[in-house]
Design a protein around this ligand. Structure first.
Ligand code: FNR
Length: 349
């Protein structure tokens, strides 16, 4: 990150380092964060030639969202930790480019205030031990127009994330106002809002029943869990290891995706995130059967560097990057992307 705009008077270098640690850190030495990126890179593309790529059609419709390419902004907590304008800036930048946003439960700005600046959005949610604690938040998310909920299921404990916890602590605002609890004004500060340790398939049903919204289950890495989620009524599944921030040494999402796609068998869309950085990675994910991908850290970096304008610039460039990669692969429409576009992971037995 080259600058930390908006932090007038702050020690710019210290802020930059703290942002870097919070956003880019992971458990241990961050090996799983890097492994996600490396896994996509190790999947060779097998471009087709002598195909007509004149007409490019890459838009998707998914549970109330429309996007020019199959890419959404992943939910990540505390946008004000990296930029004073927080989620409002992210929402503006993404909406200008037409990319949908998944809002984090741990937003710095209440859901309705973000929604006022965004296009259609999905709302991510953690289900805590006391399920009633999130009722008010769920009602506000529905009222603000969320078209789906995203239930994050890979968070029964917080990963051993010293680097980013240290970064988070150093970013704690001097005014003492929390930057990740704006959605819970009705909950006493300090009340645990992390995931219940007895989270189960019934929670998918409960959330759908309470809100009337489709529920997307995020954080699945195995065929059996994917089948459980679909049987519980999940409207989509996200293959995710939380960007390598939870379990150190977790399987990479590129490697987990095919088994989940096969297990789901087309019953619901499968999405994937973790380490997706370029248009070529999006093509790789689609080739392995994903309907769409999410990106987390790239948005955080763009927000930290340039606020709403930075996010818009990143979104526009990335949309073009995805479209260019599809054309270069001889696959100008999403229907024409198949497993033949990728080879075997380099280094596979
Ligand atoms: C996250 N992620 C996340 N996920 C979620 O469901 N709720 C959340 O509040 C957060 N918070 C969060 C904070 C930060 C700083 C990061 C980087 C990530 C995980 C996120 O949704 C997504 O799964 C990963 O970011 C995807 O990996 P990449 O694209 O960052 O490599």
């Amino acid at each position: 990150m080259t600058a930390a705009p908006g932090w007038a008077g702050a020690d710019q270098i210290a802020v930059r380092e703290a942002v870097e640690a919070y956003v880019h850190g992971g458990p241990g030495d961050g090996a799983t964060v890097r492994a996600n990126v490396a896994a996509w890179e190790s999947l060779p593309l097998r471009p087709r030639v002598l195909r007509d790529v004149t007409h490019v059609d890459t838009a998707i419709d998914l549970l109330g969202l429309r996007a020019p390419v199959p890419l959404l902004a992943a939910p990540w907590a505390g946008h004000q930790l990296v930029h004073p304008d927080g989620e409002v800036a992210s929402a503006k930048g993404l909406a200008s480019a037409g990319l949908p946003m998944v809002q984090s439960a741990g937003s710095s700005v209440p859901v309705a205030d973000v929604a006022a600046h965004s296009g259609p959005f999905w709302q991510q949610v953690y289900v805590p031990d006391d399920r009633t604690l999130i009722h008010g938040f769920l009602d506000r998310a529905v009222a603000a127009g969320a078209t789906a909920l995203v239930l994050t299921v890979d968070h029964p404990a917080v990963g051993n994330t010293l680097p980013f916890r240290a970064g988070l602590a150093r970013l704690a605002p001097s005014d003492g106002r929390p930057r990740v609890a704006a959605n819970f004004p009705d909950v006493a500060p300090g009340t645990p809002l992390g995931t219940a340790t007895d989270l189960g398939p019934r929670d998918v049903e409960r959330l759908a029943a309470r809100t009337g919204l489709p529920v997307v289950v995020k954080g699945v890495l195995r065929a059996d869990d994917a089948r459980t989620a679909v049987a519980a009524g999940a409207a989509a599944v996200v293959v995710s290891n939380h960007g390598g921030r939870q379990l150190a040494g977790s399987v990479t999402t590129a490697h987990a995706l095919p088994e989940v796609v096969d297990a789901v068998g087309g019953r619901v869309p499968v999405l994937v995130d973790g380490g997706i950085r370029r248009g070529e990675d999006v093509v790789r994910a689609l080739a392995l059967g994903a309907r769409a991908v999410l990106a987390g850290r790239p948005v955080a970096r763009a927000l930290a560097d340039g606020g709403a304008d930075g996010v818009e610039r990143w979104a526009r460039e990335t949309i073009e990057d995805v479209r260019r990669a599809l054309v270069l692969c001889g696959a100008p429409t999403l229907d024409s992307v198949g497993r033949d576009l990728v080879g075997d992971f380099l280094g596979s037995p």
